[in-house]
Each structure stands twice: as C-alpha cells, then as structure tokens.
Design a protein around this ligand. Structure first.
Ligand SMILES: NS(=O)(=O)c1cc(-c2ccccc2)cc(-c2ccccc2)c1
Ligand SMILES: [Zn+2]
Length: 263
C-alpha cells in the first residue's frame, strides 16, 4: 500500500488520493454530542467470551509504524446480537506530552488523553478478516476511552514492553492475560454507530461501540505511551516520534449515534 501518516506530506488530507473510502461516507471518528444522540432500549450489554487468556498463551506486541498493536487469539469473541465476532487485534491512539489529548472519539467536543480499539470481525458471516474488512457489515470495533488517574497494572501488560518495540516492525511475544481488565466495568453503557476504519483504507465496514466510561492509567503510563515509540525503523537517519496518531473528527452526515443509557 501507499505510505500514509498523521501529519506532513502524507497527512490525513492526502489520504483520499490513494484511499478512496477515506474521502467517502460513514467515516470515523465522530464527536458524541447531545443533539445527535438517541437512546435505544434494545442495545444489550456487550458480551465477552474467552477474554481471560491463559498465561500459557501468547500475544504479539508490535510497532506497525502507526500504533502499538497486540495480536489477539481467535478464541476471544464478542456477541453483538445476532452475530458473534472474533477478535483480531487491539491498538491504541494517543497525543503528545505537550498536548496529552489523543483519543479519536470525543464526547461533547472533549478529546480524552488516549483510546484503545479492540478490532473484531463477523465470524458468523465471514471466514477471515480480509473478506470481512471488505464487507459493509464485517467489522466490530470496541472503543475504550482512557483518562488519567491511578496506575493501571493491567495496561502494564502492554506498556511495560514499549521499550522493546521502539522502532517500526519490531515485535515481541508476551504472555496471555485477561484482556477484559482493560475494559471499563459498565459494558452496558456505550455509544453505537455505523462507521469506518479510522486509518487508511478507511473501509466503511465498522459497527462501532465506544464505552461511555473511560478507564484510568497514570500520568507516567500515559507519558511512556507518548514518548517511547517511533514511526521509523531502527536504521532510519531521520527518526520520527510516534505521537498524535489520531484522525480528526469526521462529518456525521445523516447519521445519529445510538446510546444504551438514559442519562
Ligand atoms: N482505528 S481502527 O480501529 O479503525 C483500525 C483497524 C485496523 C484493523 C485491524 C485488523 C483488521 C481490520 C482493521 C487497523 C488499524 C491500523 C492502525 C494502525 C496502523 C495500521 C492499521 C486501525
Ligand atoms: Zn484505532
């Protein structure tokens, strides 16, 4: 594929040139503001299956040049009625130490310090993630907003390894852990809408679920995320720090956002 970035010559204004969907409809992320929200009493709590992964299993933590990603195991699934979706990977979006606001989704115009995306594909309908990504109803991504607060031992499963994957294409294996520990308690309170991948190729094939309640990590944990990784590989003569890897807010068009909670 073509190279893309969050700033500079290949920044998001240029994405539609090489990735048509990025200039199309149903794009993500969105701002969740009052007058586009609609309560939907049919929205059930998100059910997680197989998220408590044994330490005997392993995840691959990688620097893909745009984010830190954790490859998950296919025994991890979610149910969003009537379909089951199989987990593929999770990754993060964040800002910069001098402007520590890097979530992709916003609430009432407020951008949070960071955001986790757990990517799944509809395994009831599609045999693999590539086919699912090309289908309008193929993907379900869970968004977890991150706020600064107390130290979060569960996020250390990922953040404690960032120094081993400073450069693009570096990866390491880590022991399995209970990925549900990264989630907020309330899996019944979320925003729901039809959108897209927030990175090229921006396929409009994502059923988005963004939990209402953020999870907390410490100032130091956020600082590590903002200051450790590079977009460039180990040999690059011009290293580029991996910061502000979030896409700007997209137009709602005629979309409403459903909410599973009343007030
Ligand atoms: N932000 S996102 O959730 O829309 C997203 C989903 C997927 C994705 C992953 C697997 C299957 C299908 C889609 C990959 C990325 C990505 C992030 C950084 C660099 C490159 C790609 C981002
Ligand atoms: Zn993402």
């Amino acid at each position: 594929g073509y190279s893309w970035a969050y700033s500079g010559a290949h920044g998001e204004k240029t994405w539609p040139t090489n990735y048509g969907f990025c200039g199309g409809v149903y794009q993500s992320p969105l701002d969740f503001h009052e007058n586009i929200l609609q309560y939907d009493s049919s929205l059930r709590p998100i059910k997680l299956f197989g998220y408590d992964v044994a330490t005997a299993e392993s995840f691959t933590v990688s620097n893909n040049g745009h984010s830190v990603s954790v490859t998950l195991v296919p025994t991890m699934k979610i149910e969003i009625e009537p379909f089951h979706y199989t987990a593929s990977q999770l990754h993060l979006h964040w800002g910069h130490k001098n402007n520590p606001k890097g979530s992709e989704h916003c609430i009432e115009g407020r951008r949070f310090p960071a955001e986790v995306h757990v990517v799944h594909y509809n395994s009831d309908k599609y045999t693999d993630i590539t086919k699912a990504t090309e289908a309008a109803d193929g993907l379900a991504v869970l968004g977890i907003l991150i706020e600064v607060g107390s130290f979060n031992p569960s996020f250390e499963n990922i953040l404690s390894h960032l120094n081993s994957i400073k450069y693009k294409d570096q990866s390491i294996q880590i022991a399995g852990f209970n990925v549900q520990e990264l989630f907020p308690k309330r899996l019944d309170e979320y925003f729901r809408y039809e959108g897209s991948l927030t990175t090229p190729p921006c396929n409009p094939s994502v059923l988005w679920t963004v939990f209402r309640n953020p999870v907390l990590i410490s100032e130091a944990q956020l600082f590590a995320l903002e200051t450790t990784l590079y977009c460039t590989d180990r040999n690059s003569s011009e290293p580029i720090q991996m910061t502000n890897n979030y896409r700007q807010l997209q137009a709602h068009g005629d979309r409403l956002v459903s909410v599973s909670f009343r007030e």
